[in-house]
Design a protein around this ligand. Sequence first.
Ligand code: ADP
Ligand code: MG
Length: 373
Amino acid sequence: MLFDEGVKENPNDFYNRERELELFRKGIVEGRRLILVLGIRRIGKSSLVKVALNTLKIPYAYADVRSIYREYKYIPSYAIGLLVEDILKTIIKKYKWKQIIEYLKSIKEVSIMGLQVKLNAKPSHLPYTLTKIFNTLNEWAKDNSQRIVLVLDEAQYLRFSKINFRSIIAYIYDNLQNLTLVLTGSEVGLLHDFLKINDPQSELYGRYTYEITLTRLSISQSIEFLIKGFREYGIEPPREIIEEAANTFNGIIGWLVYFGRTCIDKGLTREAINETLIKGSTLVKEELSELYNRSKRYKYVLEAIANGLNTWSKIKRYLLAKELKPIYDSALHEILLMLQKMGLIEKRLSPQGDIIYAITDPVVEYTIKQGLI
Ligand code: ADP
Ligand code: MG
């Protein structure tokens, strides 16, 4: 069903994105080494990756890096260890790959009993053990003329790990021909900063990334998506409500799903749009509060923009009013840049041709404008 919450896995539940699916499949089939799937939150990255890999029937392992960060507020090595155990368990269970267990058993630090996997590596040895595991997976893939895909979802959070993942990624890129790494990122600028492809000092300097960027649905696609979703429940939706919802949620498919679900559960009314905004704002609040804890300035800048004070000078004046002292241009520049890298704001041109800043997600805008955070 199109309105099912959660990451989509099945192509029947997945709307459109034909071009991006094709690009992704092509990248995998051609054996690209490092694929990036980029786009703001709730635009459908995780779903695209899973749907595409499921249709390709290629063995893959999936790890959600953000969930570790959420739990621990950094990326502890033992959590990486647990994650790798989980991945290996999935691999063994899901694919029953011929001899893969035998291959894994050859690693001293990995013990396997039935479907249980245990890593016996000290945190300081973990990078070395990880490299061994990846080598082994690659060996198996090579011997079986296969390709294994490793997905690191929301990979920008790897920057909070003590393990140098950039160097592990570079090792895989350079040496393990039968592995493809897929990294997704909502905070596109931060993911690029982490990989440092353009930095001569970086282990990944000069490597080629195959990038797929997901953009919003157009208004007419949003309307079509909603109509199709409601029809799955035998509902012929009134045009005005659908159009209003399409305009409100600005092509972010995750919110359209949220709206659809709300209607299925509580009735298809205009009120459901408001309810979606309110319920959505509780999610958004959680995501923003972490940022606000880092500096109140992020809050002030987002407040200014949400309330239409969206040029450089207006934002600066708003900050002055809040902090009662002028902010340096360089400091304001840093804050705006960080918000852009996080995908929270984007630059646009006003009808007069001036640069203005806009909040990318309508639910984020609503939350801030309503003073809910
Ligand atoms: P992201 O990983 O970019 O944050 P997700 O893949 O988690 O986005 O998708 C956000 C929400 O939107 C989920 O509820 C998911 O089911 C839904 N969704 C994403 N893409 C599609 C699609 N093409 N068709 C139907 N639902 C989708
Ligand atoms: Mg995701």
